[in-house]
Design a protein around this ligand. Structure first.
Ligand SMILES: [Mg+2]
Length: 221
């Protein structure tokens, strides 16, 4: 069994809460749009939502804030993203856990969020990441088996040397496993349980250390 070298982490719902993105899309953008066209916030929110729904989350432009700013005739998405930085909330155990993990592993972010959102988020979480991979910005699609294989190639490791953790069952558990990575499903709600389910990053760290101990022992056999 290969030694674990890289820990890959999802961002939203794993390291930071969903509040930041949610507020940018459903408060910040409607607010700018309301002021731009001279209508009330509620009406703007309804119109904006209608257009989000028309595009739908299966299409890559749905995630692209520049696309929406152009579509709504707005300017300076970067400023909005930075203004809403105040809404960024990091889960309580994250910073200390990452600090410990960074001593033994190379840490990367593997996210479905767009790169301009990820820049604000990674800055808030801290600079412990070697590389930040955005499935949507780099490849125009959500996290797939191919995306995880690309992470391995670009990080210079084999899939068996990587452990991924995140809160989405398909994107953070099934997809990386199909690519041959180790994966843990983070369920902060604690509604599911099992060998590969963890409730927070501290529990993930424990399981990772167990896995590492086994793999080091075996590779020494
Ligand atoms: Mg997530």
């Amino acid at each position: 069994m290969a030694t674990i070298k890289v820990v890959s982490l999802d961002m939203e719902g794993t390291l930071v809460t969903l509040t930041y993105s949610h507020k940018v899309w459903h408060e910040g953008i409607p607010d700018l749009y309301a002021r731009k066209v001279g209508i009330g916030f509620r009406e703007a929110k309804r119109l904006v939502q209608q257009q989000y729904d028309d595009v739908g989350e299966a299409r890559p432009e749905w995630y692209d804030i520049n696309y929406w700013f152009t579509r709504f005739g707005l300017s300076d998405p970067q400023r909005l993203l930075e203004d809403y930085g105040r809404e960024l909330a990091i889960y309580p155990e994250v910073k200390a856990t990452l600090q410990r993990l960074s001593k033994d592993y190379c840490l990367v972010v593997a996210s479905n969020s767009a790169r301009d959102f990820l820049q604000v988020m990674t800055k808030a979480v801290g600079n412990s990441f070697k590389t930040v991979f955005s499935a949507i910005s780099d490849g125009g699609q959500l996290k797939t088996e191919g995306f995880f294989l690309r992470i391995c190639r670009e990080t210079g490791v084999t899939p068996a040397e990587v452990v991924h953790v995140g809160d989405h069952l398909e994107y953070d558990f099934h997809a990386p496993r199909r690519a041959g990575l180790h994966a843990f499903h983070l369920d902060r709600s604690q509604k599911t349980s099992g060998d590969s389910v963890v409730k927070d990053l501290e529990e993930f760290e424990e399981r990772l250390n167990e896995l590492s101990a086994i793999s080091t022992q075996r590779s020494g056999d």
